[in-house]
Design a protein around this ligand. Structure first.
Ligand code: NAP
Length: 483
């Protein structure tokens, strides 16, 4: 079934440019969520292995930081080309370990590779500034130095892109990295390592240490003085813990955390365009995205039309093994993820929500859950305050613009909000009132390597992509000069 896909995928730790077993010989299994079968057994790093990886990264730092920016840029550009050369293999691997449909995986690979191309171009744009101090007349020379060893911790929902969104700018800035991928999906990043080596990334510059003891492994690294950046993507709960740990050694944090995205449809919206946007905002990755539309607020005048059209689209999606062509909806990543969706839907229905399509868990094997649309969702439903992380759209109505803004902002999260209106002045006015780091205005997709991705409030600190992404891995140094 997997042909030769898994035959050549590495399963050990990648430290200092070599494959190593875990120091205690420990391993853990990777499961295909469509079949619930084990597809690989991967070395599980210990804290001792993590420190060895930091050591290797530190050893590679001086040389990598001293390389000319253009040379680093060319290596990143080559990495982009090689990933695109192997795009289909990476896409299938993502589907096997994560479950998402092949079309989603293909999109992810292109998006992931683009972080190398974009940062190949950013590597040569680490510009400083020179000015005269107003009083003393001395020159103020400002430059940016690579911060040092960066610890990267990534989630399972985008096994490739969440990691390359960090590796790309770190390498462009001149920083070596130690990556701890999610234990559900370690294979994609392990498979990337020979590709990066082929592109010319020197030994020790990128290290990958999957581990079942994530807490201990990451904690060990965050208490090592050689580590200067921690870049985390994952839940707000774990992010909060890592921020506390990073405080001990004052490590620079970049945090991409959870979301609870509102999707507002005004009465003047192009409803067909809004449906198209809703399908992307809700269903990319089966709803397993921090950017997934979690709360639909639809003006009462267009509610019925919107609900009917969304139900028709959602109900027509083909569910199945993500490797099969034509499948749009693969399984969720694991049993806990699906159990959470089942529980959130049951809670909403118990409290009065109406199911327009879906809502029934199919028999196994595989952690499948159908595309589901709920209306009449009461304010007390848990799915309005928690990330659903599944293919479930919950629709509520509103009457006025102020009401829509107030309800959209009524969350501790602030990652992304979507809104649809034909009136651009209303669109921009409402955008400014929304406390979210990103706004999709008549668009259901905001992710773009050239744009600053990140959240306000408890959705995070810092930005990834654009020029801001590079700055997360740089320290500003100012030299006061008389000449
Ligand atoms: P998670 O449980 O927070 O895990 C994320 C990463 O942290 C994994 O590598 C995990 O390792 C590791 N981890 C778990 N506990 C840890 C600990 N005590 N110390 C150090 N590391 C630890 O999140 P997830 O379930 O994988 O991903 C879903 C979450 O990510 C959602 O909340 C989603 O919104 C968020 N997300 C945010 C963005 C963004 O850009 N803002 C993007 C994608 C996802 P293990 O796998 O071994 O547990």
């Amino acid at each position: 079934m997997y042909d030769n896909l898994l035959a050549n995928v590495p399963t050990d730790l990648w430290i200092g440019g070599q494959w190593r077993k875990a120091s205690d010989g420990g391993r853990f299994e990777v499961i295909d969520p469509a079949t619930e079968k084990t597809v690989a057994s991967v070395a599980s790093a210990t804290p001792q292995d993590a420190i060895a990886a930091v050591e290797a990264a530190q050893g590679a730092f001086a040389d990598w930081a001293a390389r000319k920016p253009r040379e680093r840029g060319e290596i990143l550009r080559k990495a982009y080309e090689l990933i695109m050369r192997d795009a289909e293999r990476f896409a299938k691997l993502i589907t096997v370990e994560n479950g998402k449909a092949l079309a989603d995986s293909r999109g992810e690979v292109a998006y992931a590779a683009e972080f190398f191309r974009w940062n190949a171009e950013e590597a040569v744009r680490n510009v400083g500034a020179v000015s005269r101090a107003p009083s003393s007349g001395a020159r103020i020379v400002v430059q940016h130095k690579p911060a040092g060893v960066a610890v990267l911790v990534t989630p399972w929902n985008f096994p490739a892109a969440m990691a390359t969104r960090k590796i790309g700018p770190a390498l462009a800035a001149g920083c070596p990295v130690v990556l701890k991928p999610a234990s559900d999906t370690p294979l994609t990043m392990l498979a990337l390592m020979p590709v990066l080596a082929e592109a010319g990334v020197p030994a020790g510059v990128v290290n990958v240490i999957p581990s079942r003891s994530s807490g201990k492994v990451v904690s060990a690294m965050l208490h090592d003085n050689r580590v200067r950046v921690v870049s985390f993507t994952g839940s707000t709960e774990v992010g909060r813990m890592l921020l506390k740990e990073a405080a001990d050694t004052i490590i620079k944090p970049a945090m991409e955390l959870g979301g609870n995205a509102p999707f507002i449809v005004f009465e003047d919206a192009d409803i067909d365009a809004a449906i198209e946007g809703a399908m992307v905002a809700k269903m990319r990755n089966m709803g397993e995205a921090c950017t997934a539309a979690n709360r639909f607020y639809v003006h009462e005048k267009v509610h019925d039309e919107f609900a009917k059209k969304l139900t028709a689209k959602m109900g027509s999606l083909k569910m199945g093994n993500g490797l099969d062509e034509g499948v749009a909806l693969g399984p969720l990543v694991n049993k806990e993820g699906r159990d959470k969706v089942i529980e959130l839907v049951a809670d909403a229905v118990r409290k009065g929500a109406k199911v327009l399509t879906g809502g029934q868990t199919p028999a196994g094997p595989g952690f499948f859950y159908p595309a589901t649309v709920l209306t009449h969702v009461p304010d007390s439903a848990k799915m309005l305050s928690e990330e659903i992380f599944g293919p479930v759209a919950s629709i509520q109505t509103f009457r006025t613009e102020d009401e829509a803004v107030k309800r959209a902002n009524d969350t501790e999260y602030g990652l992304v909000a979507y809104l649809y209106t034909r009136d651009l002045s209303r669109g921009l006015r409402v955008s400014e009132k929304l406390d979210f780091g990103m706004i999709g205005l008549n668009r259901g997709l905001v992710s773009d390597p050239a744009a600053p991705f990140g959240g306000m409030k408890q959705s995070g600190i810092g930005r990834e992509g654009a020029h801001e992404g590079l700055m997360e891995f740089l320290e500003t140094q100012y030299v006061s000069v008389n000449w």
